[in-house]
Design a protein around this ligand. Structure first.
Ligand SMILES: [Fe+2]
Ligand SMILES: [Fe+2]
Length: 355
């Protein structure tokens, strides 16, 4: 172990003892392998010296090429991914038994599937980052349902809901697309553009899911989430074209998680969309379509996840997200060397990638 000045630390070094700020707040726990974000925290909290392990450079994290490669090479991510896939397999078997064999729907054991994954998520990588790095499984209904469940769980915590409400929101996410099990696989997994009749068929998954859940005497909020997660507050959704006050609050939460997952998950034809781009889309179109009491809190928390990250801008410069602008959450202030660029007033430049 040796003590070095904060200005001399490099990505890949391992922290040998807990690092505290002047107010005794824990800044970086012992054992963390430093990256650009954690190194930035040292200057942010004015930490002058830290203890590091003697190995100095961890080869695995020494020179990762992209943000996604960094995450995907992390052993903690790989362990999480293995757990995720194991639980999704169990979830898939359970749900198929419900739909095909008329087995009863066991909510406690379903909730355990989601909670096992939440509990296996490493503290150092946020759940949204973990999910946006999953490459296999990406278009499958089951992995998507699990993603939405985990995102609902996170959003419900951000909204300070009670433990019972958090569990219910987690189940609403997990079961929101259960009706898709009644839609023919050739339509569901069709790679090209859907015809109008095929699209109409897919839309039936909302009512079909509601019926399956009602037949199993499931909590009405969970049934409503299956029925109403494609409804929008301005009446532009389906199947019933409901307006804000008519939509179940749990379905409103699922709607945001559903769209967030669909846009940030990698697809065969594109990589994952940059979270700042997704936030800008929600800010531009979303305020009329989604519940205002949820969407602003959620977007602010998503952006905070990326504070101090290094980003690439549309003019190819690189900088660090240094200040979140509450009126333009998708357009924070970025520090480029010694220049502070306020993207809320520099509309021609965007964040295109987290690196
Ligand atoms: Fe759906
Ligand atoms: Fe969905």
């Amino acid at each position: 172990m040796r003590r070095i000045h904060s200005r001399d630390v490099k990505p890949g070094m391992t922290v040998a003892s807990d690092v505290f700020a002047l107010n005794n707040q824990l800044v970086i726990p012992k054992g963390v392998v430093l990256n650009n974000k954690t190194i930035s925290k040292l200057s942010f909290y004015s930490v002058p010296f830290i203890q590091i392990e003697d190995e100095i450079i961890n080869e695995e994290t020494k020179a990762p090429q992209t943000y996604h490669e960094k995450v995907q090479n992390d052993p903690q991510f790989q362990a999480f991914k293995a757990k995720f896939e194991q639980e999704v397999d169990s979830f898939k078997n359970q749900l198929n038994d419900v739909v095909n064999q008329n087995e009863p729907l066991d909510l406690d054991s379903l909730l355990e599937r989601s909670n096992n994954i939440v509990n296996s998520a490493p503290d150092s990588i946020g759940i949204l980052t973990l999910l946006s790095n999953m490459h296999s499984y990406d278009d499958e209904t089951f992995a998507h349902s699990m993603n939405v469940s985990l995102i609902c769980n996170l959003f419900a915590k951000w909204l300070h809901l009670s433990e019972d409400e958090i569990n219910k929101a987690t189940l609403c996410g997990l079961l929101h697309d259960i009706g898709k099990l009644t839609i023919p696989g050739n339509i569901l997994r069709k790679p090209g553009k859907l015809t109008d009749p095929e699209y109409t068929k897919i839309k039936e998954h909302c009512r079909a899911g509601y019926q399956i859940l009602r037949d199993n005497n499931i909590d009405p909020h969970i049934c409503n989430s299956a029925l109403m997660h494609h409804e929008r507050s301005d009446g532009s959704g389906y199947p019933l074209r409901l307006k804000d006050a008519q939509i179940d609050p749990y379905a409103k939460l699922v709607a945001i998680a559903d769209v967030y997952d669909a846009t940030t998950s990698p697809r065969v034809y594109r990589g994952p969309m940059c979270p700042f781009e997704v936030i800008s889309i929600f800010e531009r179109d979303g305020l009329q379509k989604y519940s205002p009491e949820y969407i602003l809190v959620i977007l602010e928390n998503i952006v905070n996840t990326y504070l101090l990250e290094t980003v690439k801008l549309s003019d190819d410069r690189e900088g660090q997200v240094i200040y979140i602008n509450k009126n333009h959450l998708g357009r924070p202030t970025v520090k480029i060397k010694d220049v502070y660029l306020d993207l809320s007033t520099t509309k021609e430049i965007n964040i295109v990638e987290i690196i």
